[in-house]
Design a protein around this ligand. Sequence first.
Ligand code: 5AD
Ligand code: FES
Length: 353
Amino acid sequence: MNVKEILDKAYNTHKLSKDEIKLLLTLEGEERQLLFDLADRTRQKYVGDDVFLRGLIEFSSYCKNDCFYCGLRRSNTEAQRYRMQEEEIVEVARRAYEMGYRTVVLQSGEDPYYTRERMCSIIRKIKEEVDVAITLSIGERPYEDYKAFRQVGADRYLMRFETSNKELYQKLHPGMSFENRIECLKWIKSLGYELGTGFLIGLPGQTVDDLANDILLVCELDADMVGIGPFIPHPQTPLKDAHEGSVDITLKCIAILRLLLPDSNIPATTALGTLDPLGRQKGLKCGANIVMPNVNDLDYKLKYELYPGKICINEDATKCRGCIESIIISLGRRVGQGYGQSRHYRAKKASGD
Ligand code: 5AD
Ligand code: FES
């Protein structure tokens, strides 16, 4: 099949073989633009012009893990650590609501301080006091934790598998297991959360073959949301001298994922915006339909340094909100109203799956 036929197939059937994905990942020039345009059309057809905003609350910068790429890794003794208490988290959620957000994402390093009881209490309290959907992004937990969080009202869960290459995964995540991560993702799905997962682009040693497998794994996990972003080397990690991930490949992955999962939610990520000042705009033009601005105060933002150079780090939450809105409008799109549930999730639920 030639490129045109593969693109037609993707647009009409939302299925591609691994070799076809690999070919699309290498497109250049006009053919590359065709891929982006087709992904944009698919986005328009399945999820429309609404761009939904999620208020990101990074509530703890402590992490018990030691992932090679991440600035929050426990061996980074220079990292500044903080923990927000329940009242403060609820207060930020309330502020996010007042700014117009209808989803908050509670994200942290893997921090055992937030026991099942503490997390349940935070989720319950937000649900009682603020009319928002809650997305958790707090890493690997026992099944019983996921179950309890869901029971007290958590709606969604985000956890990237980072790479589908098991060997590479084991290298970059000392003391962790790829199998356990995938098992957690399956538990989360089975508990009725909207499931978000994804991967990093440009990890040292990662190949085009790996990326095609990453895309296929997202499809296999039947993700309701897919977050992907370029790897950005952090100076206080073992990968400090590695090359950063490619913006171009990230955009191609977004486009291919949109074709394969037409009604899932796909964010234009902060990492993409960090490597390219127009990265988020470009993402929104080739398949993405979500942006996740940080709603924390400046001093916390500075301390949650997954990677250096993060955009918006000196902007307060109100300013970011306005900035994002004008980006969305300038692209001829609208800010989505309401919770912005994944259409993929809704369709599955309606069909009793
Ligand atoms: N560059 C880009 N993304 C990173 N993440 C962690 N460290 C980095 C980095 N150096 C991503 C991981 C994680 C998400 C919260 O942030 O994919 O899942
Ligand atoms: Fe934060 Fe633009 S989104 S300043």
